[in-house]
Design a binder for this molecule. Structure first.
Ligand code: ARG
Ligand code: ZN
Length: 850
């Protein structure tokens, strides 16, 4: 069935209170739910209540203390007749956590029990109106074997705990904040905590806990510090204070996504909690901090103000992604973070927006909501709110955000509510801006320049491409920060924010005695593709001199794209060399920014910027450029690799910057001359003082041949054999390598004793990485496509969410050269005909086939 946004109806009943009694066990768990229900005055009265369910064994139903038999089932749902007025509903069910391979609802992971309810997992725990606009106060009592499950956690504050007969014990928790069912959580297991305290701005003493298996405790301090920084930042930047006496984070080894913001009890993928220098890279540290921030910030943008229905998902996710991006920018500098965020947007979201599954940040319909936890809803959603912030200015944006939280606290709100708060709080008119919520597709802006007298006129044209179901698009307001550089002085006289809100519009700037150089979409103020006519020399100038780091990086990327996507052209490559020369010589740059400027665009973005591409040819071109740059600056890269050795061991930003540049330099050395690169890389590997250096070296070695590669890979495996997250890296490093026979090697890795289909991190470490490796996935034989299709079929019913994530890689066949495209499509057809498909996979596959 297709669910449509326009069909929204409020639920006939309210459930102001719920009590859950769990008798927990790995094999069988019994759940008794006690619901207080009252008619919803805002909805049409109904003679019955419809409760969602999924895979539950129903034991009994009672209303107001009397057993009932007049209920009925409609599919998985349970329908109980109810007379008007207030009632107490009792429903007892049984579930089997160990048999739960979908990792939705209550499931087992490494002997512990945990939950994932967003979006529709609560119905796998008990019968309930499992929709985000039904808010209840939860009381949860858990009873379990005290030996196997010494720790019992749920949302809110602890109320009571005690021992029972037969080695059992119990704990009761109460969450005073009404919440939708998707925010319910419980954890039972043999866990230990790193604890700490945080005093809020209002003087509330909060007890913090990061719960892990005992062997992981030494790797929790970064998570704890990140949590405290998040709490403080949200107070200072958004005026948001925490609202319970407890805040717990639990790390779980088997998790479909990154993490989950359950009220007062965030549940995390171990990948985003555990970090120490030995086992985590600088990027891993930043990812932990970013995700801890993200989930914490949801306490307001998501929990206190939640979503009316799942079409509003971007209301909480877009806003919270923006909040976590700003948090990281504030902590570590805006430039690098912005470049990285835009890189992800372009490599992941742009392809979504131009592909068969393109959808607006607020979709109009879905079959399976899990399919809409996308880069579009999250990352483009964040960009859309960022544009409002740009239009409003920081101070007015804060006022509008305060107004939003004040108006909608305790409510299940809509994107429209958010936009209206932005209008009222910041004094904006966002009538036309709302199209950003309605239209899919990445707008394209072309720029023409005409210089006459002392004035430069920019003529901008925008078009939003047609997407499935949306053939005709309207212009959107596109805020573009611009600066005009004077050729003589090399400086500009200030930035201007222009807003292109028509299909075509001209902007004139006078007072320029010679034709200036245009720097546009500075800071990436709008998530659009800019196509401009600009000379190579002007790009070289901007790549060397633009004072907006993003724009400077962008100019370099444009030079790289022009060569990598254009006709083979020595002049274009020469321009890259000239720009690189200046970047290498610019002493004002820190090494992290230098490394960013010298990094080649990701393959996914190159593919995205091509109409139709030949993956093999594209790899040859990209790797060829890497070799050329490596040869041209061979001495420079070798000496950077030498001289940065000591700085790379320093603490703080200096060390991080040095490590980044040093590993990049190593990559260039190896690209130019593997015989020189291999021993250098092995030396870096052996002497590495932490995972950043070690992984940086191994990433280079993994792409080479010879004894150095074998030694390092073998050492890495044995050294970290008991650390799942590091073994994930071992799989990933090999699956990323651009080697002739990487597909054969991946086949071997899939047979490795450490490989398992039951752990999502492990599956992603091998196969998601494989699907992004052009030499493996796009192997001309079609074996890569077959491998991914087989994987999808194997996971289809076992873990539909995970399975469905792999479909879009095959779904991009329209952009690939015809020979391969036919093979990709054939695999999609094979999946389509394979019999019982999960809703997740079926929706993705039919969208892909079009
Ligand atoms: N709300 C979570 C986050 O963004 C993601 C949960 C997604 N879960 C899912 N089953 N799709 O932080
Ligand atoms: Zn989120």
């Amino acid at each position: 069935a297709i669910i449509r946004r326009k069909d929204y109806e409020p639920f006939a009943w309210r459930v102001p209170e719920i009590r859950l009694d769990f008798d927990l066990g790995l094999e069988t768990t019994r759940v008794e739910a006690t619901l207080k229900v009252t008619p919803n005055p805002d909805a049409e009265a109904a003679p019955e209540i419809r409760l969602d369910g999924d895979g539950l064994v129903l034991e009994s139903v009672a209303v107001d203390g009397e057993q009932r038999t007049d209920w009925r089932r409609e599919g998985e749902a349970l329908i109980v007749p109810l007379s008007p007025g207030e009632h107490v509903l009792n429903v007892a069910t049984r579930i089997a956590p160990s048999a739960n391979t979908q990792l939705m609802g209550l499931y087992a992971s490494n002997g512990m029990l945990c939950t994932q309810c967003e979006a529709e997992g609560f119905r796998r725990i008990t019968f309930f109106p499992d929709r985000p606009d039904v808010l209840s106060v939860y009381t949860v009592r858990m009873e379990a074997d005290a030996g196997a499950f010494p720790v019992l956690l749920s949302n809110g504050n602890p109320v009571e705990q005690g021992t029972l007969e037969d080695g059992r014990h119990f704990a009761e928790w109460h969450d005073p904040w009404p919440k939708p069912s998707y925010l319910f959580a419980l954890v039972a297991g043999d866990l230990v905590a790193r604890t700490d305290r945080f005093t809020t701005c209002g003087g509330r003493e909060v007890e913090l806990g990061v719960w892990v298996r005992s062997e992981d405790l030494p790797r929790t301090s970064h998570a704890m510090e990140s949590l405290k920084r998040s709490m403080k930042w949200d107070e200072e930047t958004f005026g948001r204070e925490y609202d319970l006496d407890r805040f717990n984070i639990v790390a779980v080894g088997d998790f479909n996504m990154g993490a989950m913001e359950n009220k007062g009890l965030n549940i995390f993928n171990t990948k985003y909690v555990l970090a120490d220098e030995e086992t985590a890279t600088d990027d891993d540290f930043d990812a932990v901090e970013g995700v801890i921030g993200h989930e914490y910030f949801h306490n307001w943008s998501g929990n206190r103000v939640t979503c009316r229905d799942w079409f509003q998902l971007s209301l909480k996710e877009g806003f919270t992604v923006l909040r976590d991006q700003l948090f990281s920018q504030d902590l570590h500098g805006a430039a690098i973070k912005r470049i990285g965020d835009v890189r992800v947007l372009r490599a992941v979201q742009f392809p979504e927006d131009s592909g068969p599954f393109a959808h607006p940040i607020r979709p109009d319909s879905y079959k399976e909501i899990s399919n809409f936890y996308t880069a579009t809803v999250y990352n483009k959603g964040a960009e859309v709110i960022r544009m409002m912030r740009e239009l409003a200015g920081e101070a007015a944006f804060r006022k509008a955000s305060d107004l939003y939280f004040e108006r909608h606290d305790g409510e299940a709100a809509t994107c429209e509510d958010f936009v209206r708060s932005m209008e009222d709080g910041a004094g904006l008119d966002l009538a036309q801006f709302r199209r950003w919520y309605e239209q899919a597709g990445t707008p394209k802006v072309t720029v023409e320049q005409a210089y006459a007298g002392d004035a430069i006129t920019l003529t901008l044209r925008q078009s939003v491409p047609a997407t499935p179901g949306q053939p005709d698009k309207q212009p959107v307001p596109i805020p573009l920060k611009v600066a005009l550089f004077d050729r003589e002085s090399g400086a500009h006289s200030g930035e201007t924010l222009i807003v292109l809100d028509k299909a075509e519009q001209s902007f004139t700037f006078d007072g320029h005695t010679s034709a200036p150089i245009l720097s546009i979409n500075r800071g990436f103020t709008a998530p659009v593709v800019i196509e401009r006519e600009i000379s190579r020399d002007d790009l070289v100038f901007l790549a060397g001199n633009d004072d907006d780091s993003f724009a400077r990086h962008e100019a370099m990327q444009e030079l790289l794209l022009a060569y990598l996507l254009g006709d083979e052209n020595e002049d274009a490559r020469e321009a890259i060399g000239t720009a690189a020369e200046a970047i290498l010589a610019d002493d004002a740059l820190d090494h992290e920014m230098r490394a960013e400027l010298l990094s080649l665009p990701p393959f996914a973005y190159l593919a995205e910027r091509s109409e139709v591409y030949d993956p093999g040819a594209m790899v040859v071109r990209r790797e060829g450029l890497k070799t050329w740059l490596g040869e041209r600056f061979a001495d420079r890269f070798a000496s950077l690799h030498d001289t940065l050795e000591a700085p790379a061991r320093e603490a703080g930003p200096v060390g991080k910057q040095a490590r980044r540049m040093r590993s990049l330099a190593l990559g260039y050395v190896a690209a130019a001359d593997p015989a020189k690169g291999a021993p250098r890389a092995l030396a870096q590997y052996r002497e590495a003082q932490g995972m950043t250096e070690r992984q940086g070296a191994l990433a280079v070695l993994a792409g080479l041949d010879g004894p150095e590669r074998e030694e390092a890979l073998a050492d890495f495996y044995t050294r970290f054999a008991d650390n799942a997250l590091v073994i994930d890296k071992w799989f990933t490093l090999q699956a990323t390598a651009l080697r002739e026979d990487v597909l054969g090697e991946i086949e071997q890795l899939a047979q490795h004793p450490s490989f398992t289909m039951s752990n999502p991190n492990r599956v992603r470490a091998l196969y998601a990485v494989m699907a992004g490796n052009p030499l493996a996935f796009h192997d001309a034989s079609g074996a890569g496509y077959r491998m991914i299709a087989d994987l999808i079929l194997e996971l289809n019913l076992k873990n539909p969410q995970l399975a469905a994530r792999f479909v879009p890689s095959l779904g991009r066949y329209r952009r690939v050269e015809p020979g391969r495209a036919a093979l990709m499509r054939a695999e999609l057809e094979r999946i389509a005909e394979a019999g019982e498909l999960s809703r997740d996979v079926s929706e993705q596959v039919s969208a892909s086939l079009g």
